[in-house]
Design a protein around this ligand. Structure first.
Ligand code: NAP
Ligand code: ZN
Length: 338
């Protein structure tokens, strides 16, 4: 086998430009790296934000894709945890130093040295991708082939506040029922919470109930929000747009938490008194640590949780992005690569 790999990918050359076929070479594999033959890759809203350089982090040509499912095709000389042929997934992170206090504490996702699969390197809209073995996760056999990718970014992101900030006896609200939000409904229902979906889309009401919501609030209905004041222990927002923040903090019970995973760019104006009087918290978190990601996959497998998806051949990648932009996906696009 040659030392290098020619990767057949799809890249965009700039903001609002279409994805087109693009080839590049990966050099010799690093000792701690795993190479994956990508079979499927989800499209996260972060891929859209990165494609358009909304966060100022993008280099072009840009190959997105960080909800990766595939099979191991090659391993570095030090890798003992993965074998060629294993079914695996990769999410947002590709590597971390493994030595800093955060990595040593199992919180690799909080390490200042993490690198992203699609930040300064090419991602999973391609037939091959590489990542450090720590960030390459086995896939539970109960998760259907082709449906696992979205667990590794969307799933791992909403899992953190559920695992770390809720008890099964809590009432939780999930704001924004898209790729992340629909997985959050399934996880928090299986976790045992009373689950409320807060959506701007009346058309998602029934679907949200089927996904695990016990009730639904329409986020643009001010009177309905007001009537639900003081109801929730935890609210998880997956929305990337400003919300009526005071109204959402008012939805919390005393000691409640409004937790952000949606990457809203606008600063959030919060009145100190809205937090002080009820001992409330505002918090956020990135994609999960490796340990928590493995727990999430185990939990998903045990409870039969898999994303609801629409599949597109990789040649239709631009159509898939168009559906994401118009908000009409139910609920995650997956590109079929091979
Ligand atoms: P998505 O599939 O597009 O879903 C976002 C949902 O937000 C939409 O389905 C919609 O739900 C709601 N929404 C959209 N515009 C809105 C508006 N103007 N006002 C209120 N609600 C609105 O996106 P996603 O892939 O789930 O990603 C969501 C966000 O999480 C993105 O910002 C993404 O970059 C971020 N993200 C963060 C992390 C992290 O590490 N923290 C990881 C992954 C993704 P309804 O129709 O139900 O209202
Ligand atoms: Zn993502």
């Amino acid at each position: 086998m040659s030392d290098t790999t020619t990767v057949h990918a799809w890249a965009t050359s700039g903001p609002d430009q279409p994805f087109e076929p693009f080839e590049y070479e990966l050099g010799p594999i690093g000792p701690d790296e795993v190479e994956i033959g990508v079979t499927h890759c989800g499209i996260c809203h972060s891929d859209l934000s990165m494609a358009n350089n909304d966060w100022g982090l993008t280099t072009y040509p840009f190959v997105g894709g960080h909800e990766i499912e595939g099979r191991v095709t090659r391993v570095g000389s030090d890798v003992r945890t993965h074998q060629i042929g294993d079914r695996v997934g990769v999410g947002w992170f590709a590597a971390s130093d493994l030595e800093c206090p955060y990595c040593r504490d199992g919180k690799h996702n909080l390490s200042p040295t993490t690198s992203g699969v699609i930040v300064g390197r090419h991602g999973g809209f391609a037939d091959r991708v590489r990542a450090q073995s720590t960030w390459v996760f086995p896939i539970h056999e109960n998760i259907p082939v082709g449906e696992a990718g979205p667990l590794f970014c969307g799933g791992a992101t909403v899992w953190t506040p559920i695992q770390h900030h809720t008890k099964p006896t809590n009432r939780i609200a999930i704001v924004g029922i898209g790729g992340l939000g629909h997985l959050a409904l399934m996880f928090s229902n299986a976790w045992g919470c009373h689950v409320t979906a807060i959506t701007t889309s009346e058309s998602k009401r029934e679907e949200a109930m089927k996904l695990g919501a016990h009730d639904v609030l329409i986020g643009t209905d001010d009177a309905a929000l007001e009537a639900s004041a003081g109801q929730f222990d935890v609210i998880v927002s997956t929305v990337n747009a400003p919300l009526a923040w005071s109204a959402y903090i008012a939805l919390l019970k005393p000691e409640g938490r409004l937790h952000l995973v949606g990457a809203v760019l606008e600063p959030i104006p919060v009145s100190a008194f809205d937090l002080i009087m009820g001992h409330k918290s505002l918090s956020g978190s990135p994609v999960a640590s490796p340990g928590d990601t493995n727990l999430m996959v185990e939990f998903a497998g045990r409870h039969g949780i898999a994303p609801t998806t629409e599949h597109f051949p990789i040649s239709k990648i631009n159509e898939a992005f168009d559906k994401l932009k118009e908000g009409s996906l139910r609920y995650r696009a997956i590109l079929d690569i091979t």
